[in-house]
Design a binder for this molecule. Structure first.
Ligand code: TYC
Length: 93
């Protein structure tokens, strides 16, 4: 294979997991999710939660496609188990 072709492998595309605001999910639950599933410390988790609360959405983290999809599923499952309407989506970064 020509060198020109061997150098063409692209890095994997990245996806951001975005959490959306709602009027019902407790702030403490969102902070817990950001710590538990995205490994933010308490201070960072609180700042991200407040950003979502005030601006309507916020980035929880940036991952490869499979990992981002898994994070979304885990967050939605935890929210439904707890009876909260929290919404979480993934977007191409
Ligand atoms: N707005 C919610 C409240 O006042 C808190 C909240 C923050 C909910 C972030 C969802 O993604 C969210 N209890």
């Amino acid at each position: 294979m020509a060198e020109r072709e061997t150098l063409k492998t692209e890095p994997p595309r990245l996806y951001q997991v975005v959490m959306l605001n709602d009027d019902y999910t407790p702030m403490e639950f969102v902070i817990m999710v950001l710590q538990e599933y995205f490994k933010h410390d308490l201070e960072a988790a609180t700042l991200i939660m407040l950003k979502i609360h005030h601006e309507g959405r916020g980035v929880c983290g940036v991952f490869t496609k499979d990992l981002a999809a898994t994070k979304v599923e885990l967050v939605l499952a935890a929210a439904r188990r707890a009876g909260h309407p929290l919404q979480c989506i993934m977007e191409a970064a």
